[in-house]
Design a binder for this molecule. Sequence first.
Ligand SMILES: *Cc1c(COP(=O)(O)O)cnc(C)c1O
Length: 352
Amino acid sequence: MATIHPSADFRSDTVTWPTPAMHEAMAAAELGDDVYGEDPTVNELETLAANLLGKEAGLFVTSGTQGNLIAALTHAQRGDEAILGEDAHTFCWEAGGIAVLGGITTRPLPTDSRGRMALEAIAAAIRVDNPHLPHSRLILLENSSGGNNGAAIAPEYFESISTLAQSHNLSVHLDGARLFNATTALGVDPTAITSHVDSVSVCLSKGLCAPVGSVLVGSEAFIHQARRHRKLLGGGMRQAGVLAAAGILALKTMTQRLQTDHDNAQALAQGLANIPGLEIDPAVVETNMVFFNLAQDIDISPEHLIKTLRADYGLYTGGYGDRTLRAVTHYWIQRPQVEQLVEAIRTILTRG
Ligand SMILES: *Cc1c(COP(=O)(O)O)cnc(C)c1O
């Protein structure tokens, strides 16, 4: 199969390749055995992430999925229950790992159009101490909310949940796979949000362009236990500084340019909104994700549209559910590619 260049790939920001600066940093990285704690580049990344997110310690992990799983295993025991949104990534897209591997039951709650559970619903879901019941232990949150147009959720939500969680002795983990997209859109420092949760994982490999990896941060004691769980899951990597070197640039430089991706997503949304037969409200596009629907009366299936974009224009988009498509902007996508995608979709819908 031919290589798909990320400049033609709107399916996700996971498709991003490392930047030229990252390739250089990876080649020059100082290395050691990270399972022995001796890789200076990994250690630097972990300290940097902890500082940026206002926590005591950090842990470089293989993926966002692994970061969330390690966090859940560290906060909760078998028979404990985690409260989370019914459209949360951890509930929908992580192979049920916290239940399969952690014996942690899930209590999915409805969310609003921004991915927020109602505070009263969370309070009502916290179980009393009764031998018939699982033990409420953990609340899992997500920001930005991938299942809700990438909505950026403001700090107040996290503050109110923190108060509730503390009063019931629950821990709070934030799946911040795209936290920096959220904080960029909100114009707040990451700590305005992370100060209200016990642990956070952020993906280095999405819009931040590192090839592999996430970082999990929390207290010293939490990360000490998390390190054991990473090993247990097979996530102890050796000369991982090769990867961490890209992660350092991801955190230092790539977090500073996300507004460009958001502007491109907004331009894309506005372009698509002008095409008859598409349903999209540009106002809901706050970060780098653009979801749009094919109207019911359009005689083209989403599969046909996606296939034709690939075959005739070399452009890649994702399909979600019934008549929904997704296009995500990132470092490798610039305004000309956005305009190209809009025009290609207009042409296909016009000619049928
Ligand atoms: C991508 C993503 C993850 C998982 O990250 P992987 O590195 O793909 O395992 C977790 N949560 C959210 C919200 C994500 O978007």
